[in-house]
Design a binder for this molecule. Structure first.
Ligand code: CAA
Length: 259
């Protein structure tokens, strides 16, 4: 619906679908692509008709990392003063609506980091994950050392980050990086189904649930439990919560209104 150079954006009912689309560079995350992605996420987040967002790539690559050819000539000052990576890249992680990364093929470096910013990571059986920055004389710069370590633990994260080796979909699922593996041909349809299912629930309840899970990575257990309880109590102010509970008691499907 919106025209971009490096991504394709479609609206499928309540679901916004973003396809990274720089096929010649295996969706390497150039400044142009990341700017397009940020803009699309801003628009989809502002659009009340959208309840969830799916980000995907091509069959061959979700994204093969930051654009190495663009980074090659950057100086320290370019990187430091431009706040390289954090500023725009983090947009997916700050999305308040639920997000799903549907990964087929390579998710390397910044591609793996971008996928890890989504709430739910679904992998095709062809997916390959890795943080190969070490092989080009640098280190992950968009969350790889932090999000990967939290997702799969120190043993595997350290090995992947220090050797640059790739992990296939089965290993990524065993390690806890991905929620589920899906046959490649069904990946996007299945991701949209998951998104539609989430869109069928109370939007504020979904947003609160997401916010509470995210806090588990920021807070102590005691603080996290307090945060969860405050949000849980606040769901008692939702019309949707009353509707959900009445519908259960009356043995009928609920009609959520998003308030
Ligand atoms: N940046 C720029 N261009 C890239 C790229 C990248 N990250 N990854 C692939 N491309 C380009 C290649 O240069 C090639 O372009 P040309 O046809 O113009 O030569 C095209 O995409 C196809 O790639 P290959 O020919 O290499 O394809 P392949 O199937 O032989 O190999 C691959 C696939 C193993 C993914 C390989 O492309 C590769 O290793 N890519 C780089 C992966 C990488 O190191 N990523 C980390 C980047 S650093 C980073 O992301 C920093 C951070 O933390 C944010």
């Amino acid at each position: 619906e919106f025209a971009y150079e490096n991504i394709l954006v479609e609206v499928r009912g309540p679901v916004g679908l973003i396809r990274l689309n720089r096929p010649k560079a295996l969706n390497a995350l150039s400044d142009g692509l990341v700017t397009d992605l940020q803009d699309a996420l801003d628009r989809l987040e502002a659009d009340d008709s959208i309840g969830a967002i799916v980000v995907t790539g091509s069959e061959k690559a979700f994204a093969a990392g930051a654009d190495i050819k663009e980074m090659q000539s950057k100086t320290y000052m370019d990187a430091y003063l431009g706040d390289f990576i954090t500023k725009k890249w983090g947009r997916l992680a700050t999305c308040r609506k639920p997000t799903i990364a549907a990964v087929a093929g390579y998710a390397l470096g910044g591609g793996c980091e971008l996928a890890m910013m989504a709430d739910i990571l679904l992998a095709a059986d062809t997916a390959k994950f890795g943080q190969p920055e070490i092989t080009i004389g640098t280190i992950p710069g968009a969350g790889g050392t932090q999000r990967l370590t939290r997702a799969i633990g120190k043993a595997k994260a350290m090995e992947l980050v220090l050797t640059g080796r790739m992990m296939d979909a089965a290993e990524a699922e065993r390690a806890g990086l991905v929620a589920r593996i899906i046959p490649a041909a069904d990946l996007v349809d299945e991701a949209i189904k998951v998104a539609e299912k989430i869109c069928g629930y109370s939007r504020p309840a979904v947003m609160m649930a997401k916010e509470a899970v995210d806090r588990a990575f920021e807070l102590t257990l005691a603080e996290g439990l307090r945060f969860e309880r405050r949000l849980f109590h606040s769901t008692f102010a939702l019309e949707d919560q009353k509707e959900g509970m009445s519908a259960f008691a009356e043995k009928r499907p609920p009609q959520f209104k998003g308030r």
